[in-house]
Design a protein around this ligand. Structure first.
Ligand SMILES: Cc1cc2nc3c(=O)[nH]c(=O)nc-3n(C[C@H](O)[C@H](O)[C@H](O)COP(=O)(O)O)c2cc1C
Length: 200
């Protein structure tokens, strides 16, 4: 799909076709493309929980994400951001082969992103947020509809799905296909350049 069309035609799909599954290889392709998103030091401090089974969907619905879409969509992805993803144990550091350079960068990252709790959250959410957007555009390009959600009880979800300490659920994205018997509301107005850009 032409990139301009991907931007213009991506919508948040409130109504998923319950009868239409999402092919496993298509889901893989979406994720494999989406991970080309940028991240600080290329650390990719993210993980994804793909909720595909009826049991998983029910668990998600009952543990904080009680939006019908979760039950109707074939797959819902929980996008996790790692608040400690700048740490030396992140295997992405091994991309920097020179040990001295790697250690220097690790020190810098620790100072930049590990200084306060606020910075850690910012690190996790900004990087995982870019992955999330990348997933939605990759999906649209491959003909798959999405819906991002953050209207949930994050604490309950974390506990209910036994997500470990430093990993934060940044948002959920349901994937599938629009139920064609439903009509989407018109796209809401966006703020334009002059309303949001301050030139200095
Ligand atoms: C981070 C984020 C969280 C959102 N949370 C919800 C949600 O919990 N429930 C919902 O129905 N829509 C949610 N939305 C969808 C927005 O309402 C939607 O993106 C917006 O109205 C613009 O519509 P469009 O995506 O169709 O262009 C969320 C979107 C984003 C990006």
């Amino acid at each position: 799909m032409e990139l301009k069309k991907v931007y213009e035609e991506r919508r948040s799909i409130n109504f998923f076709d319950k009868e239409k599954g999402l092919n496993d290889s298509l889901l893989r392709e979406i994720i494999d493309r989406a991970v080309l998103a940028p991240s600080a030091f290329n650390l990719q401090p993210w993980e994804i929980i793909a909720v595909k089974t009826e049991e998983g969907k029910k668990k998600l619905y009952e543990n904080g994400l009680s939006q019908a879409k979760v039950l109707e969509a074939p797959v819902t992805l929980l996008i996790l951001g790692d608040r400690h993803g700048y740490g030396a144990e992140n295997t992405s550091w091994l991309n920097t082969e020179n040990e001295e350079n790697r250690k220097k960068s690790q020190k810098m990252a620790e100072k930049l992103y590990g200084s306060t709790e606020e910075m850690k959250i910012k690190f996790a959410e900004s990087n995982a947020g870019l992955l999330a957007m990348s997933i939605m555009y990759a999906a649209k390009d491959l003909g798959v509809d999405t819906h991002a959600m953050s209207g949930m009880d994050f604490k309950k979800i974390k506990e209910g799905l036994e997500i470990e300490g430093e990993k934060e659920v940044v948002m959920a994205i349901s994937l599938g296909y629009l139920d064609n018997s439903k009509t989407l509301y018109e796209r809401l107005k966006r703020k334009k350049y002059d309303e949001i850009v301050k030139e200095i």
